[in-house]
Design a protein around this ligand. Structure first.
Ligand code: SAM
Length: 289
């Protein structure tokens, strides 16, 4: 049995399924389907699922990764926006794994606030690239049962999510992801394992949930400071945060009170420092989650 045989979908099965469904992959929905069982099993292995673990997958597509998750014994709930794909996926899974625990939700993942069944403890997905960061952050925000995440994204985006302060690519995705979890790159994925082959490289990023920074500021306020700091990332924090605090002088006072050098730039700060700054916003404490 080679790695794409067995119950997983290889190039012939992907072509056949897409042909029967009349699926023409669209860029708008980031539709690049995995057709390599070896890659699917690698992703599932790295995800390190516990037996019977409840997993949420965003964008199951034709089912390539879903089948790998089910094969590993996971209980899977998948969210798919494309009605044709969502309509087929349960049949694909049941035909190969009749006893599997699987259900699909037809929806835009950004709109999903509740999921059927037990709360998922893991998110494993080959995310649609154009919405990968908002989907990832929204899932972490809405489903606090999620302890672990393994997602495939554009390589550049994986680097940004896992970046540390002081690097050029450290920015909004890095800080916001750090609010919820610690993140690391977990391998690269070649282009030829997809149909159609994307014109960007892909990579895996793995996140492990941790407690958010201990702060009296709400997440919204901390994220507002992060957004402002990076909206003008080449400016000093004093300048970048002046609109948010009402004036440059007020921003400077707030930064000093937070123990942050007003001439520093956002790209040097850890998430805890953004939280300290947010604590200095007027009316602090309102709207805490
Ligand atoms: N998991 C499959 C695989 O690995 O072959 C497909 C991955 S493909 C990169 C992304 C999938 O996400 C597509 O099936 C697409 O229709 C779906 N999708 C795109 N935007 C979505 C959204 N906002 N919510 C849920 N699914 C979405």
């Amino acid at each position: 049995m080679n790695e794409t045989s067995g119950a997983l979908l290889g190039p012939a099965e992907i072509r056949d399924l897409a042909g029967r469904l009349g699926v023409r992959p669209t860029k708008t929905l980031g539709q690049n389907f995995l057709h390599d069982g070896g890659t699917v099993r690698k992703i599932v292995r790295i995800a390190g699922l516990k037996p019977g673990e409840r997993v949420v997958e965003v964008g199951p597509g034709l089912g390539s990764l879903t089948l790998g998750l089910v094969e590993a014994g996971a209980s899977v709930v998948a969210i798919e926006i494309d009605p044709v794909l969502a309509g087929q996926i349960a049949g694909t899974v049941k035909a190969r794994f009749p006893d599997s625990d699987f259900e699909v939700v037809l929806a835009d993942a950004m709109d999903v606030t509740t999921l059927p069944g037990d709360p998922p403890t893991a998110l494993v997905a080959n995310l649609p690239y154009n919405v990968a960061v908002p989907v990832l952050l929204t899932m972490l925000q809405r489903f606090d049962s999620l302890e672990r995440v393994l997602v495939m994204v554009q390589a550049e985006v994986a680097d940004r999510i896992a970046a540390v302060p002081g690097s050029k690519i450290y920015g909004i995705p890095s800080v916001k992801a750090a609010w919820y979890a610690s993140a690391r790159r977990a391998g690269t994925i070649g282009r030829n394992v997809f149909w159609p082959a994307p014109n960007v490289d892909s990579a895996l990023v793995q996140l492990e949930r941790r407690e958010p920074p201990s702060t009296t500021a709400s997440r919204e306020r901390v994220f507002a400071v992060v957004d402002a700091a990076f909206a003008q990332r080449r400016k000093t924090l004093r300048a970048a945060l002046s609109a948010l605090f009402g004036s440059g002088a007020a921003a400077e006072t707030a930064l000093r009170a937070a123990g942050v050098d007003p001439s520093a730039r956002g790209e040097t700060l850890v998430v805890e420092q953004f939280a300290r700054i947010a604590e200095q916003l007027p009316d602090n404490g309102e709207g805490r989650e």
